[in-house]
Design a binder for this molecule. Structure first.
Ligand code: GLY
Length: 592
């Protein structure tokens, strides 16, 4: 590997510049500009991010995908709110200012460390398929998979949104602030208007043809037929109205009542109408699941189990890498990336066969993470070249495991929130509407998800069922990997990312960068991406050197230079708080 070339690519990397926009849009201290959540100190957070430095704090910290969301979370934390309180405020604002990624029409997974009890809890706010859904939902009349966007755009792919209930459940368990007040900033921004960010404007412009399909969606994102542009002030009174209902009445009307009716009407009236009905919404539950924790070099890495494949795949890959000296090899060595890439491929092979909603399919969680099994898988990496073929293994389990392999179609969108509060609680939550702008169907001022396309489009292969096939009431498999890392029981790192199934390698390499290469969180989230899930090595365009590409090709990989839009948001808790926000997106870390 040519270290000099690699490092020069790192140094020259150009990021979207958002600093001026933040500075311009922040009101002078003491004043609140129309629609802005006033927090002038965010300019310092932006400066730290631009300089590649972590943001430092002592008591609390929030990292999220948009400065307005960070500002509202910071205000809640500054006023003595918990991480759960702050998450509610952050999510409410994100649903407005980053509508392409997450919102009240989507789902989320939340990992919580409780500072008082030392317990880790994971909450599943994943969407569910309608009770009328069948394994053929995503197929044409001949039983062939629909084209991806044929399935995405319209009512067919909309699952029951879990986010409103998850927000309420988390705040009821761990919040201290008055629920109603947590929505004030989001309501004001929605009523007065917020400033459209460059990233949102770019996303709208790129997706204009699909956003046009539904009149409400077109009217909001393409007023007068043209995409909203960066810097435009955009108000969303319908979203403000929904937030007022959520603030006053809680999440109940989102599942039975006025808001729920709006969802059913929109889904059933959309192109390719979905079958989602009132009963599906009324039956929705947030589920507490067992956390999946794996040991790695004395640390414990804890995250979200099924229906997410996130913690399992990250955990398997870490287990496979454990026997190898990742510290000694370092981040600039192609051998390092052969090991990481092939460990990830092995984990993805198991994920494709075994992981689905564990309420419907027995998932061999323990067997997949069992030391002997993972060590056997690690042995496969002993050759000096890329694995020629990768097959799922045979983890121990006490059920028959005769599943056909799933294929991967998840596309990148989604958003990650990391928060530490002054009480020692840590929250790591990944939140999504699946594809950028979800199903493109809007109801009640927000976009509805297309999460059902995270199911396998094929229900069977050669007569063998796919574990992640559509079934009534089932939750589609996810790749979201909200994670908290512990050292001797104390939390040391909260991290997660958007990015479809690339979330898994994004989070994996950030953990390795933090633990093995002892990078600070900002350096860890900024590391150039090299991602291998199914054989082809995706290399981050403009950031990974030609020399590295050639070295990986010499090891036997096909490579593909492309944009890799993670949105890693991390907080480290060792010797004070340090926050890192992914330079590929508009987010910030801020704390005090
Ligand atoms: N829809 C993205 C995921 O759940 O992985």
């Amino acid at each position: 590997m040519n270290k000099r070339i690699f490092l020069s690519v790192l140094a020259l990397a150009a990021w979207p510049v958002w600093a001026e926009d933040v500075a311009d849009s922040v009101a002078p201290e003491g004043q609140t500009a129309l629609g802005q959540v006033s927090l002038p100190e965010l300019a310092q957070a932006q400066a730290a991010k631009d300089a590649g430095r972590p943001v430092e704090a002592e008591d609390w910290m929030v990292v999220a995908a948009h400065p307005e969301a960070v500002a509202t979370g910071a205000k809640v934390l500054r006023a003595g709110g918990t991480a759960a309180d702050a998450m509610v405020a952050v999510q409410a604002v994100l649903g407005l200012v980053e509508p392409q990624s997450s919102g009240l029409g989507g789902g989320a997974f939340l990992v919580w460390y409780d500072g008082a009890s030392g317990e880790v809890t994971t909450l599943d706010g994943r969407e569910t398929a309608s009770l009328s859904a069948t394994p053929r939902l995503l197929q044409d009349e001949a039983g062939e998979p629909l084209g991806f966007f044929e399935a995405v755009v319209g009512g067919l792919s909309v699952g029951v949104p879990g986010t409103p209930k998850l927000m309420e459940e988390a705040q009821a368990r761990w919040g201290r602030q008055d629920w109603t007040g947590l929505f004030e900033d989001a309501i004001r921004l929605a009523e007065d208007g917020f400033t459209v960010s460059p990233r949102m404007a770019e996303s709208v412009a790129r997706d204009a043809a699909r956003l046009k399909v539904h009149p409400d969606t077109a009217a909001y994102f393409l007023p007068d037929g043209a995409p909203v542009t960066a810097g435009t002030r955009l108000a969303n009174p319908a979203y403000a109205k929904s937030l007022r209902v959520l603030a006053k009445e809680g999440s109940a009307p989102f599942y039975t009542g006025e808001i729920a009716e709006g969802i059913v009407e929109a889904v059933q009236g959309a192109i390719r109408p979905g079958a989602l009905g009132s009963v599906d919404l009324a039956l929705y539950e947030v589920k507490e699941r067992p956390a999946v924790c794996v040991p790695y070099r004395g640390f414990d890495v804890c995250g979200m189990g099924p229906p997410s494949s996130g913690a399992l795949a990250v955990g398997q890959a870490l287990g496979i890498l454990s026997p190898y000296d990742m510290t000694g090899l370092g981040p600039e060595n192609p051998i390092t990336w052969r090991l990481i890439g092939d460990a990830t491929r092995l984990a993805f092979a198991d994920r494709g066969r075994y992981v689905a909603d564990s309420d419907f399919v027995p998932v061999p969680v323990e067997g997949m993470l069992e030391r002997r099994y993972v060590t056997d898988r690690a042995e496969l990496l002993k050759s000096m070249r890329a694995l020629e073929t990768v097959e799922p293994g045979e983890p121990e389990f006490d059920h028959a495991l005769n599943w056909a392999d799933d294929e991967d179609r998840a596309a990148p969108s989604t958003s990650h929130i990391s928060i530490v509060d002054a009480y020692g609680n840590v929250l790591s939550m990944t939140t999504t509407i699946e594809n950028g702008f979800g199903s493109r169907v809007m109801a009640n001022g927000y976009l509805l998800n297309n999460e059902l396309t995270d199911f396998s489009f094929r229900s069977h292969r050669g007569g063998v069922p796919v574990a992640n096939r559509v079934e009534p009431g089932k939750r589609p498999r996810s790749s979201m990997a909200p994670t908290i890392v512990f050292w001797k029981g104390e939390p040391v790192l909260a991290v997660g990312s958007p990015g479809g199934s690339r979330i898994i390698p994004y989070v994996l390499t950030t953990i390795i960068a933090y633990i093995d290469w002892q990078m600070d969180v900002q350096a860890a989230v900024s590391l150039p991406h090299m991602v291998n899930r199914f054989g082809v090595y995706d290399l981050e365009e403009g950031r990974v050197s030609e020399a590295m590409k050639q070295e990986l090709e010499a090891l036997g990989y096909q490579t593909n230079m492309r944009a890799l839009n993670s949105g890693l948001h991390a907080i480290s808790l060792e010797g004070g708080l340090r926050g890192g926000a992914d330079p590929r997106r508009e987010g910030l870390a801020f704390g005090e």
